[in-house]
Design a protein. Structure first.
Length: 48
């Protein structure tokens, strides 16, 4: 099981990197996540 301190350190690093992104990059990232979620949902509907 991962060490809690390691997990928190990675989360902090991710948050700091995300804060430094431009709005355009943040929007692109959100769109990619949304597309991935939609693909997962569609996959579940086909199999379930």
């Amino acid at each position: 099981m991962p060490d809690v301190k390691s997990i928190l350190r990675r989360q902090t690093q991710w948050q700091n990197e995300r804060r430094e992104l431009s709005w355009a990059a943040k929007i692109r990232q959100a769109e990619q996540v949304r597309e991935g979620i939609q693909a997962i949902r569609n996959s579940r509907k086909q199999h379930g």
